[in-house]
Design a protein around this ligand. Structure first.
Ligand code: SF4
Length: 370
């Protein structure tokens, strides 16, 4: 067993000589603009995040969705400034959090924000908790790192948080080591630690992936209830559309390091506007589809060293035409201005294909909701 201990002294130093734009309105807690995080490896450069823009309002919940390798976890680690540099590099972009542009902050200031105003629930609690300290001790340390409190007050806060996440006999359980707890209990401890300083933003990176299905539902309910109670904003990162449908208000779909569609969750799931979103929705298995061939998105995610020159989804897209191979489309605001899609179907040239896309999308959604 190896604990994932991040050396905060070495990660993501502040980029120098950056010119940033004006701050977002006060109701916007997190504003990510044109973010690009690349990794320089022996075979070349991997553009893991390649132009990501989104906003999260205070108290709002946003799901960042996509298959493995699409850049969603790198986006969240960049926001937390936990990218190893090198091999990583934040090539471009701005991240505004609570009125400050945090990519410009020195690491000493970033450490004060991280864990206090902004915290993260990692996907694998067994490797994120320290095996040689009790869980109560780890939560108390997180509290002491950001608040001027005595050891006793920090221990009391740890027990209070363990109780808040539904752990019975919290004072007794605080004395347990991570290996003495079940997977679900460990994830509750991670949530208790993340929320122990009343953060304004919680980033949950696949918080239920390592858990079995019944515990998954309990943990999602818990995150949602605590988020509503504390008023913190939630950025939920997941590959699971069902989790998003249950948990968040807005969602953004990522593909090959970019957001390809975003909007209120019911709009995106009931009226998808991008062929990749439609492909994801159509490939959800269900008992109703038993006996039928399972839909899949043909092809594979593009090789990061040989990205297609135009739309990154073009090699897999059943609606592609010549224009899609020429240049990457911008994220376009659609008629329902809350929804955006990065697709030429929503330009005048795409109108004939859009009609066919809408017909297939309506049939797929009707099939899902039957
Ligand atoms: Fe498909 Fe073209 Fe839209 Fe890309 S821009 S998703 S290739 S239709």
């Amino acid at each position: 067993m190896t604990a994932k201990l991040v050396n905060l002294e070495t990660v993501t130093p502040a980029p120098t000589n950056r010119v940033v734009g004006p701050p977002p309105p006060p109701d916007v807690l997190l504003d990510v603009r044109g973010l690009k995080t690349h990794f320089h490896v022996m075979d070349g450069t991997v553009p893991a995040v390649d132009g990501v823009d989104f906003q999260l309002k205070r108290g709002e919940t946003l799901g960042l969705v996509g298959e493995s390798g699409c850049g969603k976890s790198v986006t969240s680690l960049t926001i937390m400034r936990l990218i190893d540099i090198p091999p990583g590099e934040i090539v471009a972009g701005e991240i505004w959090f609570d009125g400050q542009e945090i990519l410009s902050l020195p690491m000493s200031q970033m450490r004060k924000i991280r864990g206090a105003s902004m915290s993260m629930i990692f996907q694998e609690p067994m490797t994120s908790l320290n095996p040689v300290f009790t869980v109560g001790n780890q939560i108390a340390e997180a509290v002491k790192a950001h608040r001027d409190v005595s050891n006793r007050e920090a221990s009391n806060r740890a027990a209070e948080m363990l109780e808040a996440v539904g752990i019975a006999s919290p004072k007794r359980m605080a004395k347990r080591y991570p290996h003495e707890l079940s997977g679900g209990m460990r994830q509750r401890v991670m949530i208790a630690m993340a929320l122990s300083c009343d953060p304004k933003l919680v980033i949950a990176d696949e918080p239920t992936t390592a858990l079995d299905v019944t515990i998954q539902a309990q943990i999602l309910e818990l995150i949602k209830a605590l988020q509503e109670r504390t008023g913190s904003a939630l950025l939920l990162i997941t590959h699971d559309l069902a989790v998003v449908a249950e948990t968040v208000q807005r969602m953004a779909v990522m593909y090959a390091g970019r957001i390809v569609e975003s909007g209120p969750v019911e709009d995106v799931l009931l009226r998808p506007q991008h062929p990749y979103t439609l492909g994801l929705l159509s490939s959800i298995p269900s008992l109703r589809k038993r006996g039928r061939e399972l839909n899949v998105i043909k092809g594979v995610v593009p090789n990061p060293f040989r990205m297609p020159p135009g739309c990154k989804f073009e090699p897999r897209c059943p609606y592609a035409w010549d224009k899609c191979r020429e240049a990457d489309p911008e994220l376009l605001a659609l008629a329902n201005a809350e929804v955006q899609a990065r697709c030429y179907l929503h330009t005048p040239d795409g109108a004939p294909r859009l009609a066919e896309f809408n017909r297939v999308a309506n049939a797929a959604v009707a099939d899902e909701s039957r």
